[in-house]
Design a protein around this ligand. Structure first.
Ligand code: TRP
Length: 336
């Protein structure tokens, strides 16, 4: 039977928040038990494609992201956590694959297109070669590990599709060497921000971080957007447009959630009390994650050791795949 190899990762540009938790981390924790091999990369090289002028930021967030992984229950015995920049095979593959993809095709990639539009302050009117080409490097990330399953959010689907195209092109020219990966969408959709925005994001200032203290959680929940038409406590509210109700559904018991909605609709529950209850529940929910996080923050040497070991293991795997690729491309020089 074909081995199930899972690979995924994040750009280290900030700490991870509850949107990441529901959108991907929770799913990875489950999936690490269901696959034969599991790789999670900290995509520092990719992070530089839109943060080339801010290397400090990328470097600082590498350890934060690894701590977030460990805190939510990614088990380094099951999942190999590694640093992208320390796998030179990935950079080599990126160069080889760059012949198999046209500039026009990259420019048409919907994810790249959206991001370029959002990053005018970095790129101005003209995007860098590195950023335009990051789907090629992401294809290298995936194929360097023979990955078959790539759990990602919806926004990443065009990147996986582009990777599959590169694989097919490679195989048609050099022989059936690479495996075509499949995207695996997590069950939970992306979760909304405290302000009701469809997306929770660090740049949007509407996120609750896994590292937030109880006080930070409380003050953020107090600022969450509620039904704008509900002005007095006994006005009848509409939980459908209230972010507090939305998060109750995620973090509170079914009973608490249903009671909150019912009382809100009847106008017999105040928003302040409802928010306090929610803040307490979120805080409790995140407590074990927060405590583990604190432990790793106090033991940075453990975090480094996990990352170093993971990177060594990852490197061995990528070297093996590289041997096959070079042989197929007639680049296997100097062999006896
Ligand atoms: N593009 C992903 C993101 O922005 C990060 C990433 C880099 C990735 N390489 C990958 C995801 C390989 C899955 C597989 O979050």
């Amino acid at each position: 039977m074909e081995k199930k190899i899972m690979l995924t990762g994040d750009r280290p540009t900030g700490k991870l928040h509850i949107g990441h938790y529901f959108g991907s981390l929770k799913n990875r924790v489950k999936m690490q038990n269901e696959v034969d091999e599991c790789y999670i990369l900290v995509a520092d090289v990719q992070a530089l494609t839109d943060n080339f002028n801010n290397p400090e930021k990328v470097r600082k967030n590498v350890r934060e992201v690894v701590i977030d992984y460990l805190s939510v229950g990614i088990d380094p015995e099951k999942a190999t956590i590694y640093l992208q920049s320390m796998i030179p095979e990935v950079a080599e593959l990126t160069v080889f694959y760059s012949n198999l993809v046209t500039i026009a095709r990259l420019e048409r990639n919907p994810t790249v297109k959206t991001e370029i539009a959002q990053k005018k302050e970095i790129f101005g009117e003209s995007v860098t070669y590195g950023f335009l080409g990051y789907p090629v490097s992401q294809a290298a990330d995936i194929t360097a590990f023979d990955a078959t399953i790539v759990p990602v959010g919806e926004d990443q689907l065009p990147l996986i599709e582009q990777c599959r195209e590169i694989v097919r092109k490679f195989n048609s020219i050099y022989g059936e060497i690479l495996r075509e990966p499949e995207a695996y969408l997590s069950q939970t959709k992306r979760i909304k921000g405290l302000d009701g925005n469809e997306k929770m994001g660090k740049s949007l200032g509407n996120a609750i971080y896994l590292s937030d203290s109880e006080e930070e959680i409380t003050s953020k929940v107090m600022s969450a957007v509620t039904d704008p038409n509900r002005i007095r406590k006994d006005d009848k509210g509409n939980p459908e447009v209230c972010m507090v109700a939305y998060y109750h559904n995620l973090f509170s018991s079914k009973d608490e959630y249903e009671t909150a909605c019912k009382e809100c609709k009847e106008g017999c529950r105040g928003c302040v009390a409802c928010k306090k209850q929610l803040a307490k529940n979120i805080s409790e929910y995140l407590r074990p994650i927060r405590e583990k996080r604190k432990y790793y923050e106090e033991h940075p040497e453990l975090v480094d050791e996990i990352l170093i070991k993971g990177t060594e293991k990852a490197r061995e795997k990528a070297k093996n795949v590289m041997l096959k690729v070079k042989e197929a491309m007639k680049l296997d020089y100097f062999k006896e």
